[in-house]
Design a binder for this molecule. Sequence first.
Ligand code: SF4
Length: 350
Amino acid sequence: MAGEGETRHEPSEDWALGAAEIRRRLLAWYRKHQRDLPWRRTQDPYRIWVSEIMLQQTRVAAVIPYYDRFLKLFPNVSALAAAAEQELLAAWAGLGYYSRARNLQKAAKTVLGMPQFPSDYAALRALPGVGDYTAAAVASIAFGRPHAVLDGNVLRVLSRMAAERGDIKSQVVRRRLAALADALLDRKRPGEFNQALMELGAMVCVPKQPLCGECPVGRHCQARLQGAENRLPLNGVRPNGSRCEIHLLWIEKGDSILLWQRPSASKRLAGFWELPEREQLPAAEVHGALGRFRHTIVNTTYLVHVYRAAMKGGVGGRGGSSHFHWVAKRALEGLPLSTITKKASARASG
Ligand code: SF4
């Protein structure tokens, strides 16, 4: 595989001179073909910020229902800052990466203490949970500030347009592509341009088999001109993911189900409710299998087995019986449940 040391195809002078045409063609394409997404119908920085945080590591289609519901519950910075933690986590349950929700609330409390919603890159970047990408996205989309975004879609599009042969996971190559993004940015319409480039990556310059025949900037694309669009970008070797098995117990008592709540100091999913694992309740009687499924979190694939079980006597498992509670089944919907527990419950009650 080629590395950073390999001779790189420099973007030609023609290509550099074509920047103005690239902007024009890309924006014209975007105005005609952009998807109608709820966060594109607003200029409210709060709503744009919430969408950008939700879209980190999560697909657009999965985000839309959460986004609408979240904004009904917390329509502005004050409502989010004042939300009870359980209510906040329940609204986020299923989206994963829950530190995003906690950081959103921390940031909302910080913003409340400011005279207005921060509009410049540095002030946005200083908020909890806001990284380089999110600061550039909110600054450009909500406030028209000239900051180029660099997310996975943009990295892929630009590495193909410049026929970048280095590993896009390396810092050196990222800096090169960041400079290119900055040089290409339409400084009069930075928000629209950033969204257009991301949309091109999502809809046309897709990871496998890019749709070059439909691409508005194909004539300026070095990868296409070199017939290399299916080989780029180079992104190193993916580490092998790990696997593990989990055995969950579905224990009923009347209309209630036995759950445990993760303590607030838990590193993962603090405050969330889970079905007990077999190891937590060694005294439980297992009566039979209810189903199994796979669930992947980052690089780990969990094979989850769900069993019907019963408790004789009280709950005195490992991890402290104080975390276990009998919860009415009808109340499950309003609680922050981990995705694994949601999937397991669907199998147990389905
Ligand atoms: Fe991507 Fe093909 Fe367009 Fe190049 S021509 S930017 S590879 S879709």
